[in-house]
Design a protein around this ligand. Structure first.
Ligand code: BV8
Ligand code: ZN
Length: 241
């Protein structure tokens, strides 16, 4: 639990660090009103994300999967970045080298102005054609079901990394390079159960980084981090500036 001395120490480490890496999860967007995955509000029609965010679920019932994404697109379209997102934009401006890795697909870091950003699970406003592979932005709320490609009439899918699908090699390489060379790593609002993102903290720790976790609850990462900041990200992340 971080007392003010530990918060002071972390603030000082961040201020003098040559390189800072931040990993965020659904918890950083919770105070913007975006549902987390494993919290009480994380269910939709009694389905779990693991049931719907898979290529098998989409192959079996693309309408159901698109209905779930339309529900989330409708909700996310009404949300705005919160003070935690904005604090990370300021932190990026101040840091020598800064790399933000997010598991979130809500696009709120982008909306807040984060630039050195890697959306390793994709973005809910991007779609990909299952026929010709064309990737495009689609902000329709709701997107008409079933959406088809303007180029080849193929079925469009969310351009999102589902369970059982591998992350983009470029994202993996960039994340690895950043984690290997960072002095301070912040893990904000993630339950640390989804791989490979859940392995990022041990990689940074192994490489000698000072690792801090910002979360409401303990996670599997809590044992290895150097300091835990318990609280809501929108209250605590701005205190790190
Ligand atoms: C892959 C897109 C391999 C969907 C998502 C064992 C080892 C390695 C892998 C696996 C394994 N077992 C299973 C796997 C495979 C699987 C996996 O990890 N499964 C889990 C369930 C065990 N991983 C994969 O399939 C990945 N791919 O491994 O590929 C491969 C290799 C080669 C070839 C083929 C395959 C792909 C994973 C990506 C899945 N896609 N999202 C969509 O969003 O529509 S993951 C999904 O979970 C979201 O992206 C989300 O971001 C992510 C993680 O969840 P969190 O962000 O952590 O959110 P959560 O609700 O869980 O936690 C919120 C936290 O915030 C909590 O701790 C809470 O306390 C805290 N909090 C809440 N409010 C606040 C707060 N904190 C601060 N302030 C607050 N206000
Ligand atoms: Zn197409």
């Amino acid at each position: 639990m971080a007392g003010s001395a530990e918060l002071q120490d972390l603030r000082a480490r961040l201020a003098r660090a040559q390189s800072v890496v931040v990993l965020t999860g659904a918890g950083i967007s919770a105070d913007s009103g975006v549902h987390t995955f494993r919290g009480a509000d994380g269910l939709w029609r009694n389905f779990r994300a693991e049931d719907l965010a898979t290529p098998e679920a989409f192959a079996r019932d693309p309408r159901l999967v698109w209905e779930w994404y339309n529900w989330r697109r409708e909700l996310i379209a009404t949300t705005r970045p919160n003070p935690a997102h904005h604090a990370l934009v300021e932190m990026e401006r101040r840091a020598q080298r800064f790399w933000l890795i997010t598991q979130n697909v809500d696009g709120l870091h982008r909306d807040a102005g984060s630039e050195t950003l890697s959306e390793i699970h994709g973005n809910i406003w991007m779609v990909r054609c299952t026929g010709c592979g064309q990737i495009s932005e689609n902000r329709q709320v709701p997107i008409p079901i079933l959406p088809s490609c303007s180029a080849c009439q193929g079925l469009l899918r969310p351009h999102i990394v589902w369970f059982g699908e591998s992350l983009a090699q470029r994202d993996l390489d960039q994340s690895d390079a950043a984690l290997e060379s960072c002095e301070v790593m912040l893990i904000i609002g993630t339950s640390g159960v989804v791989y490979p993102a859940a392995s990022f903290a041990p990689v940074a720790k192994q490489a000698g980084a000072f690792v801090a976790e910002v979360n409401l609850d303990p996670t599997p990462n809590s044992d290895l981090v150097d300091v835990t900041i318990r609280g809501r990200a929108s209250d605590t992340v701005p205190l790190l500036l």
